[in-house]
Ligand binder design. Structure first.
Ligand code: ADP
Ligand code: MG
Length: 318
């Protein structure tokens, strides 16, 4: 027999871990959470729709992982320490095995970051998952998009293009490289890097829609421009082996779904950035600089201006 709504919620509740600062979690009309004294609350929400945010044949545990990962990536981009989350599930039908597999992925990532699931909503409808993540930061110290200054270096923490490479292979109907598929399905949010960048980075954003587009958001908010050496964008071995340099460049500059961090920092703090990379074992790559003006310009090895067919993903334009 199919479980009802309350049985589904019970499955979730029984598997949800708690934390000392959760006064009341799943089961009442709302959750009660104790804020760490003197910290600012940071809130991020992201929705995953089947066929839009993940291919229909995506493993169910990967959907669970990714729905939390994209939100933790947003908190990381603010320099926030994650603490709690809520989960709104719209499901075509009540399928116990589906929920269990989804929770396998969701809680695997939640455990890694000590994030407690404290509430949510469960409804019937087309498959759609909406997660809200809550974290905290020292007041006034969050990594915003509007703090970039002329003269800053532009950095990327992590790698670019793998997820878009997997999607390109999947769309072409060819075999998808395992390493690339893993990066599409189970992105790793750079939480420790984001937290460590507080006090170092002037501005930060996570790369979800495409590197050039996301850096463009920093430039617009900060009223500055950026110049990028497109051939310096960080690249995995798997991507280098799977695509020629021209195809790869577009995937890296405009592909999206990377969940790398793009940030700006003063040149005087290059060593500090390098040290954060060493400690966290995440590649830190200096890819350009902030200049006066507006917009993002990319240059190739011969200093020729380079533009991709598109700069990033826009749900309503594409
Ligand atoms: P209400 O009708 O008061 O909104 P619900 O029946 O929707 O309550 O939910 C009962 C409890 O279960 C609440 O504490 C709610 O936060 C929690 N809950 C419902 N769905 C989920 C879910 N998908 N994940 C986590 N908690 C959930
Ligand atoms: Mg409800």
């Amino acid at each position: 027999m199919k479980p009802g709504e309350f049985q589904l919620i019970d499955v979730i509740r029984r598997r949800a871990a708690t934390r000392e600062d959760v006064v009341l979690g799943i089961g009442d009309d709302a959750a009660l959470l104790r804020m760490p004294p003197g910290r600012e609350l940071v809130v991020a929400m992201d929705t995953l729709n089947a066929g839009v945010h993940f291919p229909e044949d995506t493993r169910v545990d990967a959907i669970g992982w990714k729905s939390l990962a994209v939100n933790l990536s947003d908190l990381a981009a603010m320099g926030a320490v994650p603490a709690w989350c809520t989960l709104s599930l719209s499901l075509p039908d009540a399928d116990r095995a589906w929920i269990e597999a989804f929770l396998d992925g969701f809680f695997a990532l939640a455990r890694q970051h000590d994030v407690a699931l404290v509430g949510g909503d469960t409804t019937r409808g087309p498959l759609s998952i909406c997660v809200t993540a809550f974290g905290s930061v020292e007041p006034g110290r969050a990594l915003r998009r509007d703090g970039a200054r002329v003269g800053d270096d532009v950095w990327v923490a992590g790698l670019l293009g793998d997820a878009a490479g997997a999607l390109a292979q999947w769309r072409a109907g060819a075999g998808v490289d395992d390493a690339l598929r893993q990066r599409l399905d189970r992105p790793v949010p750079l939480v420790a890097v984001g937290c460590a960048l507080v006090g170092v980075a002037h501005a930060c954003i996570d790369v979800s829609d495409g590197f050039l587009a996301d850096l463009g958001h920093i430039c617009t908010a900060s009223r500055v421009a950026a110049e990028i050496a497109v051939d310096t964008l960080p690249c995995s071995t798997a991507l280098r082996e799977a695509f020629d340099p021209i195809a790869r460049r577009t995937l890296q500059a405009a592909g999206g779904d990377d969940y790398a961090l793009c940030f700006t920092a003063p040149a005087s703090l290059r060593d500090a950035v390098g040290a954060i990379g060493d400690v966290s074992e995440v590649a830190m790559t200096r890819v350009g600089r902030i200049v006066a003006g507006e917009g993002v310009s990319a240059f190739d090895r011969d200093d020729a201006c380079w533009a991709p067919g598109r700069t990033g993903h826009d749900h309503f334009a594409d």
